[in-house]
Design a protein around this ligand. Sequence first.
Ligand SMILES: [Zn+2]
Length: 302
Amino acid sequence: MNKYLIFFCFTALSLSAQKKVAITIDDVPNVWIKEKSDSKFLKLLDSLNIPVAIFINEGHLNKTETFAENLTLLENWIRKPYVTTGNHTFNHLHYSESTLENYKEEVIKGEEQTRRLSGKYRKKLEYFRFPFNDLGANSLQHAQILAFLRSKKYINTPFSVESSDWMFNGLYEHYLKKGDVVSARRIADKYVSHTLEQFSFFEKISEELYGRQISHIYLCHDNRLNTDYLSQITNALQNRNYTFVSLKESLKDKIYDSKDHFKGKWGFSWVYRWIKEPAERSRLMKREPSIAEIEKEFEGMR
Ligand SMILES: [Zn+2]
């Protein structure tokens, strides 16, 4: 084999191994942090220099006494050129436990400041994500709210990978508060390794089901754990040949036009929702890397 051919094969191989992921962050803004005017998470994201989409709960602005400060924090997120904005409802309710009318109000109330600030920074507010990824308890609930979102020109935002970062964060903050840095570190390390395992798992599933790597969408939250450890995850993904793309770019993958066959309320990955047969779906879900020990620890803490 001559050296040009070797070079060609190498390039072709690395191109085919190129993987894409969009990072999405829910429950923004975290108004419970100390450094609101100088958010550590935003500083981290500035340094990572990757696009992110954020899903906002405007109700958070009223959760602490300093509304004006909280609003500035939200604006600091929205003004970042790498940020795409999204509505995550006002109060983060379970849609399956809410009435349609109430939930519509939640969507409308949840976009007031976000729409204004998005406009200020020449951004379009076009993404919506269901809290808990709860699209309703049955097909009627699903259809009703999706029709409403369409009438509001919202895109219902899916995800392919998540790793229960909210649960790890609960434990992480708990141990930090107790001054138990060793346990906090153990939880954080497990979060990083579990997230990377989840990526490996969904890469495998993607290959099995579609014979290729789909463009992924990772769901995580605006919390202390990601402030401290998201960079470890993005670094590792970069080493695995991932490029970080915007939500818009990731959604261009035609896989996201697939039919959602799941009509229940549980908030699992769209990769499972695209599977028609419930038995096949649960067979795959059972193969997912387990965090039973973390779940147990979390329950114990609560
Ligand atoms: Zn949420």
